[in-house]
Design a protein around this ligand. Sequence first.
Ligand SMILES: Cc1cc2nc3c(=O)[nH]c(=O)nc-3n(C[C@H](O)[C@H](O)[C@H](O)COP(=O)(O)OP(=O)(O)OC[C@H]3O[C@@H](n4cnc5c(N)ncnc54)[C@H](O)[C@@H]3O)c2cc1C
Length: 355
Amino acid sequence: MDKHSGDADVVVIGGGIAGLGAAIRLKDRGLEPLVLEADSRVGGRMTTDRANGFVIDRGVTLFGNGFRSMRALVKRLDLSSLTCPGSFSVGIQDAAGCRGYRGGRFEDLLLDRGISWRARSAGLRFGMDLFRNFRALSHGNSFLSGALDGENCQEYFQGIGGEELFDRIFWPGLNGPMGGAAEKSSRVILMQVIWNLLVRGQWNLTDGVDRIPEAAAAQLPVVTGARVLRVERSGAGVEAQAEVEGRRQNFRSRAAIFAVPGHLVPGLCPSLPVEMCELLSRTQYSKIANAAVALSNPPKTPYAGYAFTPDVVPGAEIEMEHLRRPTAARAEPGWRAFSCGIRPGIAGWKRMTTR
Ligand SMILES: Cc1cc2nc3c(=O)[nH]c(=O)nc-3n(C[C@H](O)[C@H](O)[C@H](O)COP(=O)(O)OP(=O)(O)OC[C@H]3O[C@@H](n4cnc5c(N)ncnc54)[C@H](O)[C@@H]3O)c2cc1C
């Protein structure tokens, strides 16, 4: 390949884990990437705050054992010694009580006496569908999942007699992580999340998940505080116009990778084909407020996470996770993180925080 004549071979827009992972791969293949990140630090939704000896992951907290590319990236960045097994169990609280499910223990669902026989047999059917299609569900194999992509979750669970299973377990437990519209989302998304994260178990980093983006950025040319405003074709390549610390700056390259939330891309590059812009504009994310509370005496709870159905917490989806203890010497205090899916009328939030 010819040497580029611009600022880089490929400009990567967005310094979250997707952009940094792509840039590392480009670098390993002999290309020169340049990452432009709007924020003052890299990582995007994979960042960690450190306060008084506490390690507080702000977004990502667990990786699935099925996340092969993430494992490979961690190895590539020499961070394998920091990995540790994660253990996640969730309690789902509805008006009938609290039922618990452990990560990697699908039988908890099948043996659950808190749900009807019909729901349990739908769980068995769902489990068989997972195992039958595990290749298409494995991380990085989405190109194989086309045949599964014809139904949304609601249609799929109706088809297998699993309405109760969905309404009482999967919706409260996974609606937030799935973007806030689980019933209308493709069943593939739900199946992939459950297969890679819950059936296969999880892992974590002992020192905060931000070690991954930070280690990647240390090996790459990255400009932080660089908000890309517009990307245009220019000759045989592209030109990205950015605001870097209040000043306009142009970056020329042979290609660009957009590693920002999909719905932002049409605004950055209106000259993309219309059908692509329409598809990207439809990307939706859940609106989540995440709060971490340090407790001198963390409660002894059987589950790492709790999810609540709307009849228990009306108007809001709330998940509480009792996460990692501090890695610093201050051994005793723990902390609890609350994720609150924001919906119109957030009545439940106040109720939870005053408990
Ligand atoms: C509360 C929460 C908990 C989560 N928990 C988990 C979990 O436990 N496990 C898991 O696997 N996933 C989890 N996720 C999802 C995970 O965080 C994301 O899937 C992942 O981090 C997305 O990475 P990304 O690089 O695609 O996007 P982002 O992290 O959003 O990165 C995009 C980057 O682009 C930058 N940017 C945006 N616009 C511009 C612009 N115009 N110019 C330049 N830069 C720009 C942003 O500042 C950002 O840094 C969680 C998410 C949240 C919010």
